[in-house]
Design a protein around this ligand. Sequence first.
Ligand code: PLP
Length: 462
Amino acid sequence: MAAIEKMSGSDWQELDKEHHLHPFTDHKALHKKKSRIITRADGVYIYDADGNKILDGMSGLWCVNVGYGRTEIIEAAAAQMKELPYYNNFFQCAHPPSIELAAMLSELSQPQFKHVFFTGSGSEANDTIVRMVRRYWDLMGQPDRHTIISRKNAYHGSTVAAASLGGMKPMHQQSGMPIPGIVHVDQPYWFGSDRSLSPDEFGIAAARSIEDKIKELGADQVAAFIGEPIQGAGGVIIPPETYWPEVQRICDEHGILLISDEVICGFGRLGEWFGADFYGTKPDFMPFAKGVTSGYLPLGGVMVADRVADVLIDKGGEFFHGYTYSGHPAACAVAMANINIIKRENLVDRVKSDIGPYLQQGWAKLAEHPLVGETRMVGLVGAFELVRSKETLERFEEKQGVGTICRDLLVDNGLVMRAVGDTIVCAPPLTLSHEEADELLEKTWKCLDLTQEVTAGLQEDP
Ligand SMILES: *Cc1c(COP(=O)(O)O)cnc(C)c1O
């Protein structure tokens, strides 16, 4: 191994291959291609070990909402680490950063949320919710209400309970998931349907699949419904406008708790503080993570509505659950500095009425490209669908890997976006400038052309 300061990109790649198991990675395939080593970042750009400058159209993993290189956040972490680098919130203790952040989050969210339970990640937030939801119904004298309804293709994290809540088949197939008491219904993915219904009709139908499941199980068995306001990792599935009001009606009518997974949609992504605000739902739980710290340090948590918190507090005694890093002081200090930036720079409003509409307008024009079957974007999160035929919206065969081809071309041309099958997804930092948005769109168009050249070759040679 070379001295660290002399390591080249390929030295890092070798060392990585020797010792490092990556999340969600086929290592054999990776070792053929080599990993991309990112060494630094600034604003909306990341830089790799070979010196390439790449526009980060994914905000890291949907989390760097305020962009990279924010001195204010870095200094907040350093100052907190000097004062109190660690202490726990167990055993009748607390510390100022966790208390202050809890109050701040309560202030930012809907009035029913006065309490926060901190975790280290979004997965841990959802594990917490599985336990809290069931504890709540036990305390309410309805111990049979243990089943949680989620959706196919949802992503709620990668711990056992969170992955069970998620609706990713390949994840379930690998480790005996889902755990008992978690069932999945249809996702509101109009483009992925047969499109025989209008989007509005389809939104109602998708919501009704929740009601059908409730009737099948019996409402007295159903504890909660969980959904991301917009499914992120599943391919930025933006539901028709009819969907969430109908879901809210169904939850209300059957007395079921509503969980709005805000891990991606929270902290300004949709041009409101939370996705629930955007869609007008009134959830009982909001798991959050990612954007709460813009990824500068790991932190997650659960906003708990009074309806639940009051029962847990008044009747529950000790709740045997918590993490060593629940409310880590440095992570909480970082979250507050991050939220202060979002407030001071009006980033939520900026997404709603400035950069959001600006990027959306350019994004919609990508639909004119012969390879694009649909575009969609809300706030600063969007997707487009690659299709073989614009007329019939017929898709490519999965094994052709056209989404991956397009994604690789994008990265080679200095823009990170992600491929979910043949859906290309985008979620840039909320600080994206108009010029950077133009760059993002120009690069995307160029790479669509390049992808088309490759797919033309694929079609001739089946
Ligand atoms: C990323 C994500 C999670 C999991 O968060 P981690 O911090 O990776 O555990 C949960 N829910 C949603 C919607 C996510 O996008």
